[in-house]
Design a protein around this ligand. Structure first.
Ligand code: M6R
Length: 609
């Protein structure tokens, strides 16, 4: 995690770097810092614990200027969030470094550097990088890029880093391994960042660095060397889409805005499946691969993992394809056996999640038929390293709690289910029913958004609770898991989801008048079973709130609140009910006054293991 941004230009870069940090804050917000080389070649720096606005305040109080600089927003791994642990880190008063990732051999390097006389000011793993760089510059008299290359050869672990040195006042050097880094190409200026989003205000041309590349940039010079120290040309990609709308507009939070953007996000995602011009989607390669698919393995983390769990019900029931779903951090370390003809589907909003990427990179040759990434970020590492890609068209998701990415992932999975189902003999009438359900999906989601007031009203009863249970059966079990995850990550209320049938095997012991239970009752063939589970809760004094189908036959009472959901076709209900749970989590967090978009201890993109 952490976001880094750097710029070398013939104009002031401090505001460019600060805007970059604002756009990268989704990657971490424990502390932030900026270092510039001033016009008289002095290193000036501000670092502040807390969010980027604290750094902004420091800059307003004591402005610093320069045509070259680096900046960082941190998600703490080694060392608490504090000014001393904030980046940039400095060595010998001349070199400054920002870093995203984890240096696994930092202990050994630290001991070595202490023996050489270096003093450490922070608890971070990053500080070894800056002292090593300084050592190479001072003692071995290397050029800045040579010194950086010597440093990265010593590093074990993941990094995207950028460095400046007052002895080379217009040069930035940078490198990456297992953490993302892009170069923004300007006219007479270059920029570097963890994500192109940070630089869309200054350029639309980007170079995506490969593993172990090192880079030197000045305002009018760029050199990329590969892992073998050979100068290479990396392609410059022009982004044609308009810069992402990064403004709240009339909304109070990005999460709220993103919940409300779902009808449009779903429309854009679904429209591309009918676009014959879109070869990456169901073009020849995908068609040929899909013809051979015998099984599916989904790998993902967090909310994206929940999307896979929902999809398993669809893929098996509607397309008749066996499907396994696994958390990436488990999958990557397990000895696995997959049946021939298995398609590996990785799911990731960011396309940069370290565990998901490592899972993809860790598969053996021939282990899978092919790899397909479902992602929201074009040119993300996951997309670039997969055989096939299905892009969700949700637009930038800024809120840490994933909302529109999840529902568009589900819509993508339903489209994939249909494509595979056609090859596996799905009855024509069922195929038509699912297709028209997908057409109706954006409007069905809009009808949930109209229930905003009712859901807000319901949320009040959970504000002072410490624990909650979410129940669902069948495909609604992973929907309940997603509801519980949303609630816990933004409201800090401990919430767990259970398959309703599992209640009596243990969790029922938790149920009393202090344990609110939220259940999803969509009126499917498991409704009667679910009703019995709900009675088990009521009999133990549990307070039930049920998101219910109009045909569920459930009646409200003193211990049972019912939120009557609009009627819609079965296949899209998991998506539609999820939106109601997102609103519930949003309003509980709002009532509690937590930081909805930037909940404590979390970051949007988890690029460390
Ligand atoms: O970018 P990804 O979809 O790979 O991210 C995976 C998880 O980190 C993410 O879904 C996380 O669980 C969200 N904060 C949940 O709202």
């Amino acid at each position: 995690m952490c976001g880094i941004v750097a710029a070398t230009a013939s104009r002031e870069v401090s505001e460019i770097l600060m805007e970059g940090l604002r756009r990268l804050e989704y990657r971490g917000y424990d502390s932030a810092g900026i270092a510039l080389i001033s016009h008289n070649a002095a290193l000036q720096m501000h670092r502040r614990p807390g969010k980027v606005k604290e750094l902004e305040y420091a800059l307003k109080q004591t402005p610093i200027t320069g045509f070259i600089g680096i900046a960082h927003t941190r998600w703490a791994t080694h060392g608490e969030p504090s000014e001393l642990n904030a980046h940039p880190h400095i060595s010998g008063g001349r070199v400054a470094v920002v870093h995203n990732g984890i240096i696994e051999n930092h202990g050994k390097l630290r001991d070595e550097l202490i023996e050489k006389g270096y003093k450490f000011d922070s608890d971070t793993d990053t500080e070894v990088i800056v002292h090593l760089l300084h050592f190479n510059l001072e003692t071995n008299e290397k050029s800045l890029p040579e010194a950086l290359r010597s440093v990265v050869q010593r590093l074990e672990g993941a990094f995207a880093l950028a460095a400046i040195d007052i002895a080379h006042p217009n040069q930035i050097v940078a490198s990456r391994r297992d953490s993302p880094l892009v170069i923004g190409v300007g006219i007479g200026e270059y920029f570097i960042a963890s994500d192109q989003l940070a630089l869309r205000q200054v350029t639309d041309r980007f170079i995506y660095l490969e593993e172990n590349d090192t880079v030197l940039v000045t305002p009018d010079f760029l050199e990329v060397r590969n892992r073998d120290d050979v100068v290479v040309q990396r392609k410059v990609s022009q982004i044609t889409s308009a810069p992402e709308e990064n403004m709240l507009g009339s909304y109070s939070h990005f999460m709220q805005k993103e919940i409300y953007e779902q009808p449009q996000a779903l429309r854009s995602t679904l429209n591309q499946t009918s676009d014959p011009e879109n070869p990456s989607l169901f073009g020849t390669d995908t068609e040929k691969t899909f013809d051979k698919v015998k099984a599916i393995q989904v790998v993902a983390c967090g909310t994206s993992y929940h999307a896979g769990l929902v999809a398993r019900y669809w893929l098996e029931e509607l397309a008749g394809i066996p499907c396994q779903v696994e958390i990436a951090s488990e999958f990557r370390y397990r000895k696995r056996v997959s049946q021939p003809g298995t398609l590996l589907i990785t799911v990731s909003q960011s396309g940069e999640t370290a565990d998901t990427l490592a899972a993809l990179r860790g598969i053996s040759p021939g282990e899978f038929l092919a790899t397909l990434a479902i992602s929201n970020v074009e040119n993300s590492t996951l997309v670039r390293e997969s055989d096939l890609a299905f892009m969700t068209k949700a637009g930038a998701e800024v809120g840490v709690a994933s909302t529109k990415a999840f529902t568009t992932q589900l819509a993508s999975f339903l489209s994939i289910t249909l494509a595979l189902g056609r090859r596996n003999g799905i009855p024509e009438d069922k195929e038509k029913e699912i297709s028209s359900a997908l057409d109706a999906l954006p409007d069905a989601v809009s009808s949930i958004l109209k229930m905003d007031y009712q859901i807000r009203h319901l949320s009040a009863q959970f504000t002072r609770r410490n624990n909650m249970l979410f129940l669902g059966r069948g495909v609604y079990y992973p929907v309940a898991m997603e509801g519980a995850l949303k609630l816990k990550e933004i409201s800090y209320i401990h919430a767990e989801a259970y398959a309703a049938g599992e209640l009596k095997h243990g969790p029922l012991a938790l149920v009393d008048e202090d344990m609110p239970v939220v259940a999803i009752a969509p009126g499917d063939q498991l409704l009667e079973k679910l009703r019995s589970n709900l009675e088990e809760v009521r009999a133990r004094g549990g307070q039930l709130s049920v998101f219910a189908d109009p045909h569920s036959g459930l009646e409200p009472s003193s211990d049972l609140s019912i939120l009557m959901m609009p009627n819609c076709v079965e296949y899209i209900k998991p998506i539609v009910y999820t939106v109601a749970l997102q609103l519930l989590a949003y309003y509980v967090a709002l009532n509690k006054g937590t930081d909805v978009d930037k909940p404590r201890n979390l970051a949007k993109s988890v690029t460390v293991e």
